[in-house]
Design a protein around this ligand. Structure first.
Ligand code: ADP
Ligand code: MG
Length: 323
C-alpha cells in the first residue's frame, strides 16, 4: 500500500518518542522549537545510511530503523552527552506502508528507550537513503572529546570487539543472516549505543570515541587528534566466544582490530582513575577491558601474544579511499 507524503509523516513520524517538556514545537511546523537547558552544551551529530553501501536491499526495515538511530546515539555516547532530540531525513523509492511501519517501529522502540523525541525531518523520493541527526546535552566541564589523550593514559574498551564484523563476514555469500547465531547477528543489525557508559565516563575519561570503523582506525583518530601514539596488546582485547573461536581457527586478527560497526566506546584515562572507572562500569553491568597505553611516539603498535608487533593492521572503511 502507498501513502501520500503528509499521511506518511502524520502516521509514522509525528508521535515518535517523547513527549518531552523541552520540545516547544515538534513535527508539523516549519521549524522545531527546542529548549536547551541553561549551562549545557548542545551536542549534535548526523549520520547517513545508504542502501548498497551501509546495508543491503534485503535488510529488515525494523532493524534499519533501530540502527539508523543507534549509530547516531553512539556518537552522543562517545561525547558523554545525554540524548534529547532527533530529526530524520528519509529518501524512499516508494511509500511502502509495510516497510514504513517496520522502520518506524524499530526507530521508535530505541527512541523511547533513551527518551529521544523525533522533532522533525524531511521526506523525499529517490534511492533509499536514511539520514538521522541527533541532539543531546553535555556538561561543558565533563564532555568527552577525541583530542585529550596524554602519554601514560590507559586505553579502555567497553563490551567486546569484532562481533559485527564477524556477523557480516559469516552472512556474506550465504545470502542472509540465517545460520548465524542470533546474538551475533544482533550485534551487526541492532547495536546498542553505550549511552549510560558514556555519561559515566564523562569527567573520568580523558579522551573517547565510539568504534564505528574498527579499533585501529578509531583509536588512530584519538592518537592523531591528540598528537600521541598507542601500544595495545592483542591478548587483552575483549573477544566474544564466537570471535575468539574464529581467530583460533583462522589466525586472523583483523576482525577485532579493523572490523567496524561494533559501536563500543574506546577511551583513555589517567592511571589514577582506573579504579573509579572499573567501579562505574561494574555498577552499569558493562563488561570492559584495559587494552594498552597511550605513548608519545605517534602510530599504533599492536603487540601479539608472542610479543611481536602485528603488521598491516591499519585502516577501516574509507568512502573515498582508493581500492
Ligand atoms: P517544509 O516543506 O516546510 O520543509 P515538510 O513538508 O518537509 O515541511 O515537512 C512538514 C513537517 O513534517 C515538518 O515539521 C518536518 O520537520 C516534518 N517531517 C517531514 N518528514 C519527516 C520525517 N521523515 N520524520 C519526521 N518529521 C518529518
Ligand atoms: Mg521539508
Amino acid at each position: 500500500m502507498a501513502a501520500s507524503e503528509f499521511e506518511l509523516i502524520e502516521t509514522y513520524f509525528s508521535h515518535t518518542g517523547g513527549p518531552r517538556e523541552d520540545v516547544v514545537l515538534g513535527v508539523g511546523d516549519d521549524c522545531a522549537l527546542l529548549q536547551v537547558p541553561r549551562g549545557q552544551l548542545l551536542a549534535v551529530s548526523i549520520d547517513t545510511l545508504v542502501e548498497g553501501i551501509h546495508f543491503l536491499a534485503r535488510t529488515d526495515p525494523e532493524a534499519l530503523g533501530h540502527k539508523a538511530l543507534a549509530v547516531n546515539l553512539s556518537d552522543l555516547a562517545a561525547a558523554g552527552a545525554t540524548p534529547a532530540w532527533a530529526t530524520l531525513a528519509l529518501t524512499l523509492p516508494e511509500s511502502d506502508t509495510a516497510w514504513l511501519e517496520a522502520f518506524s517501529a524499530g526507530f521508535t522502540a530505541l527512541a523511547e528507550r533513551f527518551g529521544v523525541q523525533l522533532v522533525g525531518g524531511d521526506t523525499t523520493r529517490g534511492p533509499l537513503t536514511i539520514t538521522v541527526q541527533v541532539h543531546g546535552f553535555a556538561d561543558p566541564a565533563r564532555v568527552l572529546r577525541r583530542d585529550r589523550a596524554c602519554p601514560g593514559d590507559r586505553i579502555g574498551i567497553t563490551g567486546s570487539l569484532g562481533d559485527a564484523a564477524l556477523a557480516l563476514k559469516l552472512s556474506a555469500g550465504v545470502g542472509s543472516a540465517v545460520g548465524i547465531d542470533r546474538a551475533l547477528a544482533d550485534r551487526l543489525h541492532r547495536p546498542l549505543p553505550r549511552i549510560d557508559e558514556g555519561r559515566a565516563l564523562a569527567g573520568l575519561a580523558r579522551a573517547a570515541i565510539d568504534i564505528s570503523d574498527g579499533l585501529m582506525a578509531d583509536l588512530g583518530h584519538i592518537c592523531s587528534q591528540s598528537g600521541v601514539g598507542a601500544h595495545i596488546y592483542t591478548d587483552l582485547l575483549p573477544l566474544s566466544g564466537a570471535v575468539a573461536a574464529h581467530i583460533k581457527e583462522t589466525g586472523d586478527w583483523s576482525i577485532p582490530l579493523t572490523g567496524g560497526d561494533d559501536y563500543e566506546l574506546c577511551f583513555t584515562a589517567r592511571p589514577q582513575l582506573t579504579g573509579k572507572i572499573e567501579a562505574e562500569m561494574h555498577r552499569l553491568g558493562c563488561g570492559f577491558s584495559w587494552i594498552g597505553e597511550i605513548e608519545k611516539q605517534p602510530g599504533i603498535r599492536c603487540q601479539g601474544v608472542s610479543g611481536d608487533l602485528l603488521k598491516g593492521m591499519v585502516g577501516g572503511y574509507e568512502h573515498f579511499g582508493t581500492p
